[in-house]
Design a protein around this ligand. Structure first.
Ligand code: NA7
Length: 539
């Protein structure tokens, strides 16, 4: 902890919430411009989600070179040992950033922000944290990420379980040894797929409770050789330079051709090439209409399904993991990257329980009971996801001008102009927020690119002596319409995903990320900025 309790009630230009990529970018940049900035972080160390998600197998799904900041003085001295680094190595990267940028001295750790109230008279946010501290700041910049509020489903009996039970997003820092245990995993999203691969190796028995199969892609993991490291370094600057021109903020983009305008042979060889490359290229580097056209999507799904079936011994299990008739189109729920996920189901110690056939009835003191019977467990892993995108913001009691909370304002759906601000909450600019590119965008790219827009805005305002900015209702309504219109021609609405807010019972079904791609988003922002931030009221 960099401060003591007596430092409370200080006044800042900017208070940032969260010390992940987005938060530390804000801290470093705004501090370098001469502003007084502090970060409040709920965890005990730097790293955002990588503090909380230290479950077995937790790993980055972006290529290492893209999963870091693009500043040359930072990347030139950093190497990840693997193409897709695990959580330990990402933590080491954050420690490296801390050392290089001297971040911790301005971060208050173990300080979860519980409430924030706008003081109109002084044009300041009054922010309170769980450690008893209070701080005033002209700008409040929540950088709470899209997955910071774990979702625990209301499964009857969950509290009665006498073994160990942990959510992946709240994993004990001391770790949990799965060796020789009877382990159950509920959920097969990105986190579930990662845990399953480790648990299949270590556990005596592993039971996976699957509601919807993950359409997981080949990771193409590699331990990087010195020659590969050299090659990465040579291409790194060029890779960063093109990120703003691509849909997902990576160094590659969709192919400018329809899957239906090429011959079946060309299509197959293209899919084979993309598959061989590994990573998200099969998702965000594929034919441009795969996420928009059912027939195009069907071709990608069928290619994927055959690849999966080749690896599973039992056709009945293959049908559960990769059904012949898709449950939803490929790529409209977040795919996972896997290394040996499908082979795990060939092992004698691994059992798949298809919850569509046998729903969970209850958790008992000793295990999980489905319609097919009870499975006795020592450890139950809840890989059940997050109240994504909005949860990190609505979990705090943030009160705007009318005394209304953000939770109340968004009870019937979110509205957030440019995905960064909402009317009634002046001087509050969130990163990775609802209807911003976050969910489809490589994390560090968005932290830097969207982060820099916010830095520039704060700097423009404060340098010109203006201390109040608020999104206009008309502008945020138009943005919500714009996002809704972008979804219509796509296939995103065809799955119950966290992108659509559909993973949480009762949450309004609505696209929570910006599906227009990073270049369009940046154009929209620049159009506003060029007109002195049209869509915001500034005084
Ligand atoms: P996800 O992707 O939201 O996955 C959650 C999983 O939990 C998913 O398979 C859900 O099934 C399952 N789930 C949720 N509630 C239940 C209940 N009640 N019963 C059974 N199964 C349930 O979360 P992750 O943590 O894996 O990943 C979140 C993001 O973090 C990821 O997209 C990356 O960007 C990083 P469902 O599919 O809803 O049927």
């Amino acid at each position: 902890m960099s401060q003591t309790q007596s430092d409370t009630d200080e006044e800042l230009d900017v208070l940032v919430i969260g010390a992940g990529f987005a938060g530390i970018y804000q801290l470093d940049r705004l501090r370098s411009l001469g502003y007084s900035v502090k970060v409040y972080e709920a965890g005990s160390r730097i790293g955002g989600i990588w503090y909380w998600n230290c479950y077995p197998g937790a790993r980055v799904d972006s290529d290492g070179p893209m999963y870091q900041f693009s500043r040359e003085d930072l990347w030139k001295d950093w190497e990840y040992s693997e193409r897709f680094p695990d959580w330990r190595e990402v933590r080491r990267y954050f420690d490296y950033l801390d050392e290089k940028l001297d971040l911790s001295k301005d971060i208050r750790f173990d300080a979860r922000v519980t409430s924030a109230e706008f003081d109109e008279a002084r044009r300041q946010w009054v922010v309170r944290a769980g450690d008893g501290s209070t701080v005033r700041a002209t700008f409040l910049v929540p950088c709470t990420g899209f997955g910071s509020k774990p979702y625990v489903p209301p499964i009857p009996g969950l509290d009665a379980f006498r073994g160990e039970c942990h959510h992946t997003g709240l994993w004990p820092q001391s770790g949990v040894d799965l060796t020789g245990k009877r382990v159950g995993v509920i959920g097969t999203g990105a986190s579930g797929v990662q845990v399953v691969q480790e648990a299949a190796r270590d556990a005596a028995e592993l039971t996976v409770f699957q509601r919807t199969p993950n359409l997981a892609f080949r990771m193409g993991q590699q331990t990087l050789t010195p020659e590969q490291q050299k090659e990465i370094k040579e291409g790194q600057a060029a890779g960063y330079a093109i990120r703003t021109t691509t849909f997902g903020g990576f160094d590659y983009d969709f192919l400018p051709v329809s899957a239906l305008d090429v011959t079946p042979e060309e299509r197959e060889s293209t899919y084979e090439r993309l598959w061989g490359m590994g990573g998200f290229t099969f998702w965000l580097g594929t034919f441009q209409d795969v996420l928009f056209d059912t027939s195009a999507n069907d071709t990608a799904y069928e290619f994927w399904r055959k690849k999966v079936w080749e690896r599973i011994d039992d056709p009945a299990v293959a049908e559960q993991l990769a059904p012949v008739v898709p449950i939803h189109p490929l790529g409209v729920k977040r795919p996972s990257l896997e290394q040996n996920y499908y082979e795990a189901y060939n092992q004698d110690n691994v059992t798949l329980v298809d919850l569509r056939e046998s729903p969970i009835e209850e958790v008992t003191a000793t295990g999980v009971r489905t319609a097919a019977g009870e499975v006795e467990l020592d450890v139950l892993v809840l890989a059940t996801g997050f109240d994504s995108v909005t949860g990190g913001l609505t979990a705090m009691d943030i009160r705007g001008t009318g005394g209304i909370t953000m939770r109340e304002k968004w009870a019937d759906g979110v509205s957030a102009y440019l995905g960064v601000a909402t009317a009634g909450f002046p001087n509050l600019l969130f990163l990775y927020g609802p209807q911003s590119p976050s969910g489809f965008c490589n994390g560090p790219t968005c932290a830097e690119i969207q982060g820099e827009l916010v830095v520039r805005m704060i700097d423009d305002l404060l340098r010109s002596g203006r201390t109040r900015v608020e999104a206009e209702v008309d502008a945020e309504n138009a943005w919500r319409e714009h996002v809704a219109e972008l979804v219509v021609p796509s296939l995103f609405d065809r799955a119950d995903s966290w992108y659509m807010g559909a993973n949480i019972p009762g949450k309004v079904r609505q696209m929570l990320n910006y599906p227009g791609g990073l270049p369009t988003y940046l154009t929209k922002w620049e159009e506003s900025a060029a007109k002195d931030y049209a869509g915001f009221t500034i005084t």
